[in-house]
Structure formats: C-alpha cells, structure tokens
Design a protein around this ligand. Structure first.
Ligand code: CO8
Length: 374
C-alpha cells in the first residue's frame, strides 16, 4: 500500500517587537536629513544627489504592508545605525535561529500531538542562515532531542515549500516517519534599511511544519499532501552577493550589493504570470480545477501581486477568505510568509476542503503544495 504525506501540525514564532510604517519612515527620513546636512557642500557642488525621503502612503499603496515584527527594534530605528542589534552568542549558547526554531517547532509538535521521539528528521529551510556550519538544523535536532538526521537548505522565499516536498518525499519513501520543516527568517539582518526602495519590505518570523506518513496519523487529522510542484528559473532581479568569498575578492563586505537588492517592478511583472501558470497546471495534473480550491495561502510579499495572481488563477477577484493576507502585519517574511497564512487560516477547513500553499521569490523559485483536509 502506498504511503502519503500528511501535514499534522504547524507552529509560528512571532518576535514581540513590531515597527509601524510611521516609525520606520520617521527613522529613515531622519537618516536622510542627517545625510543631506553632512553632505551639504557636495550636494551644492552637484557632486552627489540629495537623498529623497520615504513615505507611509507610498509603502501601503505599493505593497499593502502596514507593519513588521523584528528581532530588534531599537537598532533598526536608530538613524545612526539602521541595522538590528543582535549580539554574538558563545558557541555554548543556542544560536538565535535555534531559539526561534524551537518555539515554532514546539507549537507544531503540540498541534500534532507528537513528541520529538516521534520525529526522525529536521530540515531548516530559509533564505539566510546565520552561519555556514554546523547546520542550524542539526543544532535544532540536538536541542529537541531527535534521534535521526537534519540538514539546512536555502531556496530563498520558496525554502519552506521546497522543504515540504523534501519532507513528503522522505516520509513517502520510508526514510523518515515524520519530518519537521522549520523556517527561521531574520530578514532584518540582510535588509538595507538605508535603501528607500526596499527599506520597508521585510520582517522577521519563524514557522514550523510537521509532515508525517499517513498510516500513523488518526483518521480525520491533518491535511493530506495531494502533490507538490517546484519550478526555478535563474534571474539576477533579486540578489544578495554576501558570502565568505567576499574577504578574498576585494569588493568589500560593506557594499549595498552584500545585502538584499531587487528590481521590484521586473520581479512583479515576471513572477506573477509564472506563479499563476504553475498553480493552474499543478491543479490540472491532479485533475483539479481552480474552482475546487477553498483557499490559496500565497507567498506574502506584495498585496497587489497576490491579487493579480489570484485573479489569473480564479478568473475573478479573490476574497480575503480565499486568499488570506498576513503581510499587512508581518511584511515579507520570505519563506515563512505562505506558512504563516496557512497556520493562521486553516482551522475552519472541513474534510475534503482543498487548498494550495504557494511561495515565490528569488532564484526565481516557485513552490506549490496542494493539500486536502482529512
Ligand atoms: N517612499 C516614497 N516613494 C518611493 C519609495 C518610498 N519608500 N520608494 C520608491 N519610491 C518612488 C520611486 O522613486 C518611484 O518614483 P518615480 O515614479 O518618480 O520614479 C515610485 O515611487 C515608484 O517606484 P517603484 O517602481 O520602485 O515602485 P513599485 O510600484 O514597483 O513598488 C515594490 C515597489 C513594493 C518593491 C514592488 O515592486 C514589489 O513589491 N515588487 C515585488 C517584489 C517581490 O515580490 N520580491 C520578492 C523578493 S523576496 C525574496 O525572494 C526573498 C529574498 C530573500 C530574503 C531577503 C531578506 C532581506
């Protein structure tokens, strides 16, 4: 008898600190004032252009974002710093990504009614890992007390959906009974808060998803993974050149391209149709139609983008019940975004209801996971 994968629990860690658009813009505009005052002579000589202020109205209209949760608020809002203050920890202390992962993983396990003894593997799947090795996933595995295996992976905003496919494969082929997929996203660590075009885009959060084999899950519990579909296509339109080779390449780690940079408008135009096509063709391959979907838990980068994608998939505007929005409170939390939407908006499903979790972002990368409530 073939085994299918079931999502039995999800968890979310939300950092307590939050920054409103008003607070972020006030700090950015103070930085602009200071910069322009300090460079007044060069600006007067026409050697450099004055920096332009940011605007709350623009941010909300262009993105739908109203606030973001962050791991450190003061460092980000200090106009002389504009970067979170996250002190280095000793090797004997849990890393910050391990702490976030533990909180989300515990909630996912509790929701599934499982303990670490029931789990065989941990995948930490996120946009940026705080170190190259040892894997954060192995640290989390140790902290949870899981006897099995763990590894890190990074497919930017699509890390969690790609991780769910790896987890589903592992339980379906018998490599593991249950797998935790955890996405500790500290996007504020690699966002350039001095860049007017992108300073408002990201927030921090961590999600966890427990994937198990169906023959050990009680009937009526969880969401069956009907299928996964992944797609990648190389693009330089979302890029971060930070890496350990920077110390040998003389380019300087302080340069703006060592943080997040994007051509936002190009990303919007190129990725939206790819996402809609992928969802529709994925549904077709499962003999399903868009009308069969009760909900789409889309990647949470931009409200206008999600409205365009849902319109292309459904052939009409989606309601917020059909395509829930969490980016207004969380901003873009990279791979955690679609999982936060799923975590917060799945408990009203009744048996047989269908939904799709869909992420998209740098790479480009798109991941689609079609699920049915048991
Ligand atoms: N305040 C006021 N005005 C502004 C501001 C601002 N802050 N910023 C720009 N403007 C102005 C511009 O100067 C421009 O003025 P003008 O028309 O006079 O030239 C005007 O506003 C319009 O600018 P844009 O064309 O840039 O604005 P858009 O309407 O395109 O909106 C967005 C910008 C919101 C960035 C939008 O393009 C967008 O969201 N695109 C989609 C991007 C996306 O989804 N990216 C996914 C990236 S995430 C990912 O894959 C994960 C990466 C890894 C995580 C990294 C963590 C840090």
């Amino acid at each position: 008898m073939s085994i299918t994968a079931i999502i039995t629990g999800t968890g979310l860690y939300t950092p307590p600190a939050s920054i409103s658009n008003e607070e972020l813009v006030a700090s950015f505009n103070r930085y602009v004032e200071l910069h322009n005052e300090r460079n007044a002579d060069a600006i007067a000589r026409g050697e450099i252009d004055p920096l332009q202020p940011s605007a709350v109205e623009f941010i909300e209209k262009a993105s739908g974002i109203k606030s973001r949760h962050v791991m450190d608020k003061d460092g980000i809002l200090d106009p002389e710093r504009m970067c979170p203050r996250l002190p280095e920890r000793s090797n004997d202390e849990p890393s910050i990504q391990c702490d976030m992962s533990m909180a989300a993983a515990r909630e996912a396990l509790a929701q599934a009614g499982r303990t670490p003894e029931d789990v065989d593997a941990v995948i930490v799947a996120c946009s940026n890992l705080q170190r190259a090795y040892p894997a954060v996933a192995i640290e989390v595995q140790e902290a949870l007390g899981i006897d099995g295996f763990a590894y890190d992976m990074n497919v930017a905003c699509s890390s969690a959906t790609f991780g769910i496919q790896a987890a589903a494969n592992a339980v379906e082929n018998g490599t593991a009974r249950a797998v935790l997929v955890i996405s500790p996203e500290i996007c504020s660590g690699h966002l350039n808060f001095r860049d007017r075009d992108s300073h408002f885009i990201f927030g921090d959060a961590c999600t966890a998803v427990l994937v198990e084999r169906d023959d050990q899950v009680a009937a009526g519990h969880g969401f069956e993974v009907l299928g996964t579909r992944l797609k990648t296509r190389f693009s330089n339109n979302i890029r971060n050149n930070f890496g350990f080779l920077n110390r040998g390449d003389e380019s300087g780690i302080g340069k703006p391209d060592k943080l997040f940079v994007q051509q936002g408008r190009k990303v919007f135009k190129e990725v939206s149709p790819m996402v809609a096509e992928l969802i529709v063709s994925h549904l077709e391959s499962l003999s399903l139609k868009a009308e069969d979907l009760r909900r789409m838990w889309l990647h949470q980068a931009n409200l206008n983008m999600n409205q365009l994608i849902s319109r292309r998939v459904l052939g009409r505007d989606a309601t917020t019940d059909e395509a829930p929005v969490i980016l207004d409170e969380y901003a873009n939390t990279s791979s955690a975004g679609s999982i936060i939407a799923y975590h917060q908006h799945k408990d009203d499903f009744t048996p047989g209801d269908l939904g799709v979790i869909c992420s998209f972002g740098a790479g480009y990368s798109i991941g689609s996971v079609v699920v049915r409530k048991r």
